[in-house]
Write a protein that binds this ligand. Structure first.
Ligand code: SF4
Length: 228
C-alpha cells in the first residue's frame, strides 16, 4: 500500500512510545567530530565495534580533526582495528580531516554552512562517504533535515507492505519519508533512532518478535507470522 503522512506519523508515535527518546547520536563528549568519525567507523560493522575504535582514538590522542590530519595512516589504522577494514577507514578519516582542515580552515561550521542538497553533494564527493554516511553527518552532526535510510528502515518499510516508488534505491526509500513529512531535523533525528531501536530489538532480520510488536495490528508480515 502507499502510506500517507498520517501512516508515517502513526508509525513514529507508536515507535517513540516504546523506544524513545533515544538521544541520538550517542557521543562521549567528542561532539560533531565524534559523530562524523562514528558514522565512518560504523560502516559495514556493528556500532559496538565503532565505539571500541572511538575509545581507542581518544586514548591514542587522535581526538580532533587536526590530530587525525597530522596522524600517519598506519598509526591511525592500528588504533581503529576493532571496527574492521581499518586501513580503508583510516584513509577515509584522514580524507575527511583533510577536507575540514585544508578546504575549510579547520571549521566544521564553514563546511556545514550550506543548504542540505549542497552539503549532501559535497559530502558525497568526499572519498569514502556514501549515502547513509552522508545523511548521518547532515542530520546528526550538522543538525539539518535529511532522512537517514539504513537496513532497519528498508526492512521495516518492506514488512509493513508499503509501496516504494522507483526501483527501491536508497533515494527511493528516502523520498518516501521526505515527501510525506515536514523537513524537521528533530523529527527525522528521533524517527531514525526509534526505527533503529525497533530493528535491533524487535523487528530483527531472522526472528522478529511479532507477538509483542507495537505494530502488529498494522503489519501484514507480522499478522501472517503469528497466524501461521
Ligand atoms: S509485526 Fe513483526 S514484522 Fe511487523 S514490524 Fe513488528 S516485528 Fe516487524
Amino acid at each position: 500500500m502507499q502510506p500517507t503522512t498520517q501512516d508515517l506519523l502513526d508509525l513514529y508515535e507508536r515507535l517513540f512510545a516504546v523506544y524513545g527518546p533515544r538521544n541520538w547520536w550517542p557521543t562521549t563528549g567528542g561532539g560533531r567530530f565524534e559523530i562524523i568519525c562514528g558514522a565512518i567507523l560504523t560502516q559495514n560493522t556493528q556500532w559496538r565495534n565503532a565505539e571500541r575504535s572511538l575509545a581507542s582514538m581518544r586514548e591514542a590522542g587522535f581526538w580532533s580533526f587536526p590530530e587525525v590530519h597530522a596522524a600517519t595512516e598506519p598509526a591511525l589504522a592500528d588504533v581503529i582495528r576493532p571496527s574492521g577494514y581499518y586501513n580503508t577507514k583510516a584513509r577515509k578519516l584522514k580524507t575527511f580531516a583533510a577536507v575540514v582542515e585544508e578546504e575549510h580552515s579547520g571549521s566544521l561550521d564553514a563546511l556545514f554552512d550550506r543548504s542540505v542538497p549542497e552539503l549532501r553533494e559535497l559530502l558525497l564527493g568526499i572519498w569514502g562517504i556514501g549515502e547513509e554516511t552522508a545523511d548521518d553527518i547532515v542530520l546528526y552532526a550538522a543538525e539539518k533535515p535529511t532522512f537517514v535510510i539504513d537496513r532497519y528502515t528498508t526492512r521495516l518499510v518492506n514488512r509493513l507492505g508499503w509501496k516504494v516508488n522507483g526501483r527501491g534505491s536508497y533515494f527511493d526509500y528516502k523520498r518516501l519519508f521526505e515527501d510525506l513529512l515536514p523537513a524537521d531535523a528533530p523529527l527525522f533525528n528521533e524517527f531514525h533512532a526509534v526505527i533503529d531501536g525497533h530493528g535491533a530489538s524487535t523487528c530483527t532480520s531472522r526472528s522478529p518478535a511479532c507477538e509483542n510488536c507495537c505494530l502488529l495490528d498494522v503489519c501484514p508480515t507480522g499478522k501472517e507470522r503469528v497466524t501461521a
